[in-house]
Design a protein around this ligand. Sequence first.
Ligand SMILES: NC(=O)C1=CN([C@@H]2O[C@H](COP(=O)(O)OP(=O)(O)OC[C@H]3O[C@@H](n4cnc5c(N)ncnc54)[C@H](OP(=O)(O)O)[C@@H]3O)[C@@H](O)[C@H]2O)C=CC1
Ligand SMILES: C[C@H]1O[C@H](OP(=O)(O)OP(=O)(O)OC[C@H]2O[C@@H](n3cnc4c(=O)[nH]c(N)nc43)[C@H](O)[C@@H]2O)[C@@H](O)[C@@H](O)C1=O
Length: 320
Amino acid sequence: MTSRPGPLDPTATFYVAGHTGLVGSAVARHLRDRGHTHVVGRSSAELDLRDREATFDFFAETRPRYVVVAAARVGGILANARHPVGFLSDNLRIQTNVLDAALEHRVERLLFLGSSCIYPKHAAQPIVEEALLTGPLEPTNDAYAIAKIAGIHQVQAVRREFGLPWIAAMPTNLYGPGDNFSPTTSHVLPAMIRRFDDAVTHASDHVVNWGTGTPRREFLHVDDLADACVLLLESYDADQHINVGWGQDVSIRQLSQMVADVVGYEGGVEWDTSRPDGTPRKVLDVTRLSTLGWRPRIPLEAGLRSTYAWYRDHAGAPRR
Ligand SMILES: NC(=O)C1=CN([C@@H]2O[C@H](COP(=O)(O)OP(=O)(O)OC[C@H]3O[C@@H](n4cnc5c(N)ncnc54)[C@H](OP(=O)(O)O)[C@@H]3O)[C@@H](O)[C@H]2O)C=CC1
Ligand SMILES: C[C@H]1O[C@H](OP(=O)(O)OP(=O)(O)OC[C@H]2O[C@@H](n3cnc4c(=O)[nH]c(N)nc43)[C@H](O)[C@@H]2O)[C@@H](O)[C@@H](O)C1=O
């Protein structure tokens, strides 16, 4: 059942876990732009959320009324495939500590962020929320996905046992300012921005992307996601997690051409098929979100241009 919890109090203490990251920084920005005066965050150096005692101390000290859980160990296909132990263990610990501490303090509204990788590798497209746990996961990110699925279940359990209106959202692949542009650990879109930009800078006419280029992904700008997060906190109250995306996708090969055009790269592109393709297609069914009246506003090409401009402004200092 969906009810409407209503507008957020802009003076309430609002903890954005992961406020230094791609998603958390956008959410914090968006909240401040909307007049929230008590948005708090801690970097992992200040507060390691894997540390249960430190997490509980932080909640006792800060007493947030609202929480968005955007702190997680996050990475692209290769980082996930190479480090399943960390992606499972760190994420289980981070989210369990935050959700348990939030429960102890009866946080009034909480949004847990998962990811579209929770769905079966061969889920029917576009992927509806009910596809969860209907088939085997994609092996390159199954550890991360299992942690995220546990988070969804913890939110549902709190709703059932304690009646708090907590919710979980599953965003599609995201991008935007503050992304991770590491050549090895990042997602595809920032990786391509950096690769093509490096090629232009060094007058190279040769770049190598990963996989076959045939997988399809949808890409949502993180400012659109932040907007959706606030809408969901104000107007979504249901056990079922909710997809957040465009409902439209592109092939990785098409994305490569779009990035090359934005960056001004005119050389050749090769594909290293020894690298994993991952899930063949991941496009979300966003009917549930659309019925709340929400639509994304930033088309991929415009989002790519502004993200590239951000990258250029911060070039030489990518996060990882
Ligand atoms: N990026 C994407 O394409 C997608 C992301 N999501 C979800 O959105 C959420 C945020 O992802 P995103 O912003 O991209 O990730 P980032 O890697 O950009 O940011 C991760 C954030 O988590 C914090 N963090 C990591 N480990 C710890 C720790 N041990 N203790 C405290 N804080 C920690 C980081 O803090 P610090 O910087 O201080 O280390 C940082 O603020 C995740 O739940 C992810 O699953 C969902 C779908 C797609
Ligand atoms: C958000 C989501 O992100 C991950 O899953 P993914 O969707 O597979 O994301 P990806 O962006 O890493 O790759 C998408 C596609 O792009 C191809 N590709 C080409 N060239 C590069 C490249 O240079 N880097 C990367 N990373 N991929 C490349 C790559 O081979 C693949 O076919 C998981 O962390 C998962 O857990 C998760 O939640």
